[in-house]
Design a protein around this ligand. Structure first.
Ligand code: HEC
Ligand code: HEC
Ligand code: HEC
Ligand code: HEC
Ligand code: HEC
Length: 395
């Protein structure tokens, strides 16, 4: 009996120690999956935070556009089709699943097939499920940030090494190296900015990095990505962005002033109720709002005036967005087609002011004005951000 207890204890203790063959390194394509799960046994809290972030699903979250790149961009273009499939795919996956850099051409083909099944409409549910399972392991993982992207070029990351900002002790699982790079905005900007592929093609997906440097830092901003997205309110590894209502509220302040007055058409004797409305929207983020990639994103400002019976008597609206254009000057929504941008977004460290001269029906004695700001990712996927009401009286 005692022997069994001892054996059970030994097995239990062995389970606590990660097996030697799970050592922290990636040598072949098949090692690519499950890397973050390997860190979870010792960094449980951080793993749970990361699971809530978009980084955790950075391929599946963008599957429609990556699917379109393969089917419409690569397979229908004789030039692209003749190039290395891996090199073309990395034009997205260098940021959406960087670990594919280590993949064999065979594994790349498996992943391409999985993307076509998961992103397409025709596959049967069972193969779709299998494809999604495989792709769910391809993401911006712990390994991506703490090894692959953690050292600035031309240096290369060392195997079995985790890079951190403290540079603490080596562990049984990984040696530890200190780097200030992880603490710097340029670390995040590697992926959150315009990308130049090895063949010099420029991919314009995220434009946050350009906006951060040329608009926010240029206007005197000094806070880093890590300050706002990780340290503030202990956000840690959840990396909240434009899908998190609190973050959107923090990013955009709304102030409304409305003054009632009476207007008159020149030469006529009638007094008409009217309002001078000023709307101030202050961008408190470290970059433009909204930002690209989801090339449908827009911030919608609406003003609605209603009478005592809640009937709409006046309205106005304005959109703030960053349209993507192809080289012909046509507006495009898929990342691989966008080669140029126009900028109608809210600029960082700036207050954008909109002024309205609203004229109401002559009979009105009381007018209610409602001003709303909504962040729209695409039709049907939108978040209310701020709203304000004013009541104006006329006698
Ligand atoms: C330089 C790195 C980089 C490259 C290369 C890149 N992306 Fe992205 N992508 C990002 C980042 C970062 C985001 C996060 C969103 C943001 O910045 O607003 C993103 C977001 C997206 C989104 C929006 C996801 C959502 O639902 O909000 C889509 C779609 C997308 N990418 C598709 C692609 C496709 C397709 C390619 C290849 C043609 C590609 N990306 C290449 C970095 C990149
Ligand atoms: C998008 C990049 C990114 C990803 C993904 C990421 N980290 Fe981090 N991690 C960072 C940065 C940047 C810091 C430094 C934060 C700071 O300076 O406050 C950090 C800090 C840490 C620290 C030190 C925390 C402390 O308070 O001392 C640990 C441990 C850590 N990460 C583990 C992980 C694990 C485990 C995962 C996966 C579940 C992971 N990270 C995923 C970027 C990342
Ligand atoms: C066997 C447990 C274990 C596993 C598995 C593990 N770590 Fe750690 N890690 C630790 C311990 C313990 C420390 C703190 C060392 C110290 O005292 O400074 C640490 C520290 C870190 C740090 C902080 C580095 C710094 O600057 O001091 C990072 C980042 C980190 N780990 C990332 C990872 C990642 C990424 C993985 C998965 C690929 C991982 N760890 C897997 C035990 C582990
Ligand atoms: C290896 C590339 C990579 C690195 C490094 C990286 N990110 Fe990301 N990040 C992405 C991709 C790709 C997405 C978008 C995934 C999607 O939506 O499909 C993303 C998404 C995000 C989002 C959510 C965007 C949204 O639309 O709401 C935030 C916030 C974010 N990252 C912040 C950071 C910060 C801060 C850092 C630096 C500490 C960082 N990222 C480093 C690739 C990266
Ligand atoms: C001063 C604080 C602050 C700084 C600095 C900052 N951000 Fe943000 N970020 C925000 C807020 C607030 C939002 C939510 C509003 C929005 O969607 O832009 C946001 C949104 C985002 C989004 C989603 C954008 C969209 O519209 O899809 C990404 C991606 C992002 N940040 C990445 C970064 C990166 C990378 C850096 C550094 C280069 C950075 N942020 C610097 C506050 C900040």
């Amino acid at each position: 009996m005692k022997r069994y207890l001892l054996l059970a204890l030994v097995i239990y203790l062995l389970l606590l120690i990660p097996p030697a063959e799970a050592a922290f390194t990636i040598d072949k394509a098949e090692d690519i999956t499950n890397t973050s799960e390997a860190c979870a046994s010792c960094h449980g809290d951080i793993y749970t935070q990361w699971k809530k972030s978009v980084h955790e699903s950075s391929l599946l979250h963008s599957i429609d556009s990556i699917y379109s790149f393969i089917v419409d961009g690569i397979e229908k273009d004789p030039i692209r089709k003749g190039l290395s499939q891996k090199a073309e795919l990395m034009k997205c996956l260098n940021c959406h699943a960087p670990v594919m850099e280590y993949a064999s051409e065979k594994f790349v083909r498996e992943v391409v097939d999985a993307i076509k099944i998961a992103g397409g409409k025709s596959a049967n549910p069972e193969s779709k499920k299998k494809a999604i399972e495989l792709l769910s392991h391809l993401n911006v993982s712990c390994y991506t940030c703490h090894n692959m992207k953690a050292v600035p070029q031309p240096h290369a990351p060392e195997k079995q090494t985790v890079y951190g900002v403290k540079g603490g002790k080596n562990t049984t699982y990984h040696s530890t190296k200190k780097t200030a790079f992880l603490d710097n905005a340029i670390f995040c900007m590697q992926c959150h900015g315009v990308y130049t592929a090895p063949d010099s093609e420029r991919i314009i997906c995220s434009t946050v990095a350009q906006s951060y440097r040329d608009q926010y830092v240029a206007a005197g901003g000094q806070t880093t990505c890590q300050d706002c997205h990780m340290r503030k309110n202990n956000r840690g590894h959840t990396f909240p962005g434009a899908y998190v209502p609190d973050m959107l509220k923090e990013g955009m302040l709304l102030e409304v002033n409305a003054r009632a007055f009476k207007t008159q058409t020149y030469g006529e004797k009638k007094w008409i109720p009217a309002a001078a409305i000023t709307v101030d929207i202050t961008n408190r983020a470290g970059h433009r709002i909204p930002d690209g990639c989801m090339w449908t994103s827009r911030v919608l400002l609406t003003l609605t005036a209603t009478d005592e019976k809640d009937k709409v008597i006046w309205s106005a609206q304005k959109e703030f967005f960053e349209p993507g254009l192809d080289i012909e000057g046509n507006r495009r929504y898929d990342t691989w087609e966008v080669k140029d941008i126009l900028d109608y977004s809210l600029q960082p460290r700036k207050t954008t002011t909109e002024k309205y001269y609203a004229v109401f029906p002559e009979r009105e004695k009381l007018v209610k004005i409602e001003v709303k700001l909504v962040y729209i990712h695409k039709d049907g996927l939108e978040f209310p951000v701020q709203s304000e009401r004013k009541v104006l009286k006329y006698n």
